[in-house]
Design a protein around this ligand. Structure first.
Ligand SMILES: Nc1nc2c(ncn2[C@@H]2O[C@H](COP(=O)(O)OP(=O)(O)O)[C@@H](O)[C@H]2O)c(=O)[nH]1
Ligand SMILES: [Mg+2]
Length: 502
């Protein structure tokens, strides 16, 4: 299904578990985990059966994908996700989030709808609000979720008692696109043609006055104006005849109304060209991996009865990402060493491999880590790399020692044999022994030329041979003395004999 993070079909991203609580689906999380490039996230919200899933399929450039509901029952449950290569931004993934319809009477769970709306706002870089007909008061009343955002989303971790956080929303919220479907009116104000954006801004104009009705009227409008800095509107005529609309997925471009097609293309191009890479509080862009973690952090906050907070989410996200960055970077370092190192080896070569592997590991760390401003995690990584390297150096010494010892046994075998045969316990034996030691040491050195432990192993060995060398020397000296004595005795006897004869 997933190929380098891209998917042939959408998967369920966030849904209700068996206890009725929101949860992030593992399959979707795994796909995002494998996506280490920046993401542009576009989510669609709106009442059910208003053509949201169809519009998302168009953004994916596909005839079908997100399931369409051609019956009363809405097809999409929870939030579904589709990751496709971004058509305009190389090295970016376009993540499409299709939400289940808000206000589904069958479901009748308003709070659930509110959270779905909040998650769509929190996770996306562009939020598409989709509705049928016109932007009138009823349409805006249906968008009451926007008025609840202040209760359900916090930006800062600590807020002063009388501080109004909604002023911060504008900095961190996605851009807002209103898609009006089956639009039948003419875009005109009086006689003058207006743009669809003018149409939206006109609908968002506030009324003067402070009566409860006026406050009520102004509330969703001022929320939209105050929370979303970038607002855009697209009006779509009916795409086809009523009968054909049951089978929209099967209709070819030619069978669609040309005006609809034109608008749909303009809409898609606007999204491709203007939707920004998803950032989090503090302005850092995020990857697919981070998006998956972010979703888990927000969903966890909702599950535990808290209000999702952007600043806290960034802290949690940083921790998750940085722990992972250390793990991945260290894994790469260890694998690199494992693949290139052949023990025993020249320590300088080992050091070179270590330096290259360390550099690669730091690169991985930097690409995965997140807000490691004080370099706490990078220092942890460097410490772990140092430990691994020290271990490897130790293993290198051990391996070299073993090889040297093997050569040593082989080379000095003749000497050992000579010792056990008592070949050196004869006059002049000590010199023979020393010559042999010298000759074999040279042979050993020639065979262990490149080994770091060559001299250490040899000198340890030679030390063990000092006693036997001394013994041989002593034996040699006493043998010599005896010999001389013997020779001396003979000479005295001969002299005596000579003298007695003469
Ligand atoms: N009237 C109308 N129906 C549409 C439009 N686009 C898609 N549909 C059809 O409306 C039904 C619901 O579409 P779907 O995309 O599943 O709506 P969702 O519930 O909002 O996701 C399907 O039968 C679609 O073929 C549109 O622009 N206008
Ligand atoms: Mg749908």
């Amino acid at each position: 299904m997933a190929c380098g993070g891209f998917m042939s079909a959408p998967v369920c991203f966030i849904e209700n578990d068996e206890k009725g609580q929101l949860c992030v689906r593992k399959e979707a999380k795994d796909i995002l985990d494998g996506l280490n490039e920046p993401v542009v996230v576009v989510s669609v919200v709106g009442l059910y059966r208003t053509g949201k899933s169809y519009l998302m399929n168009r953004l994916a450039g596909q005839q079908s994908g997100f399931a369409l509901g051609s019956t009363i029952e809405s097809k999409t449950k929870g939030i579904w996700m589709w990751c496709v290569p971004h058509p305009n931004k190389e090295g970016h993934t376009l993540v499409l989030l299709d939400t289940e319809g808000l206000g589904d009477v069958e479901k009748g769970d308003e709070k659930h709808d509110t959270w779905i709306f909040c998650l769509a706002v929190l996770l996306s870089s562009s939020l598409v609000y989709n509705s049928l007909g016109v932007i009138d008061n009823t349409a805006l009343e249906k968008l009451h979720y926007v008025t609840e955002l202040t209760e359900n989303i916090r930006v800062k971790a600590e807020v002063g008692q009388h501080e109004d956080e909604s002023a911060d929303f504008i900095r961190v919220f996605p851009s807002f696109v209103w898609a009006v479907r089956d639009f039948t009116l003419q875009l005109k104000k009086g006689d003058k043609p207006i743009t669809s954006d003018d149409y939206l801004e006109g609908a968002l104009e506030l009324k003067q006055g402070s009566s409860p009705q006026t406050v009520q009227y102004n509330l969703p409008r001022s929320c939209l104006r105050n929370f979303f800095a970038v607002r855009k509107c697209f009006v779509f005529p009916r795409p086809a005849s009523m009968e054909s609309m049951w089978i929209m997925e099967e209709l070819t471009e030619k069978e669609l109304e040309s005006k609809f097609l034109e608008q749909a293309n303009t809409f898609c191009h606007y999204i491709y060209n203007n939707s920004k890479t998803k950032t989090v509080s503090g302005g850092r862009t995020i990857t697919g991996t981070a998006l998956g973690n972010l979703a888990e952090v927000y969903v966890e906050a909702i599950r535990s009865g808290n209000v999702p907070c952007l600043e806290n989410a960034v802290v949690s996200l940083a921790k998750i990402q940085n722990v992972r960055a250390v793990e991945e970077a260290l894994q790469l370092y260890v694998t690199e060493l494992f693949n290139l190192v052949q023990l025993p080896m020249n320590p300088e070569e080992l050091s070179k491999i270590h330096t290259v592997a360390e550099k690669k590991a730091v690169e991985v760390f930097i690409s995965v880590s997140f807000n490691d401003n004080d370099q706490i995690y990078q220092k942890e990584l460097m410490g772990k790399i140092y430990d691994e390297y020290q271990q490897m150096c130790q293993q290198n010494y051990d391996a070299s020692r073993m090889q040297c010892e093997e050569v040593l046994h082989d080379v000095f075998d003749t000497l050992e044999k000579g010792i056990s045969d008592r070949s050196y316990l004869k006059p002049g034996g000590s010199q023979k022994y020393i010559d042999m030691l010298r000759q074999l040491s040279e042979e050993y050195r020639a065979r262990t030329d490149s080994q770091i432990m060559s001299e250490a192993v040899l000198s340890k060995f030679l030390k063990t041979k000092e006693d036997i060398g001394n013994m041989i020397l002593q034996a040699d000296q006493s043998l010599n003395a005896a010999e001389q004595e013997k020779e001396g005795t003979i000479q005295i006897s001969c002299t005596l004999l000579y003298h007695s004869i003469n």
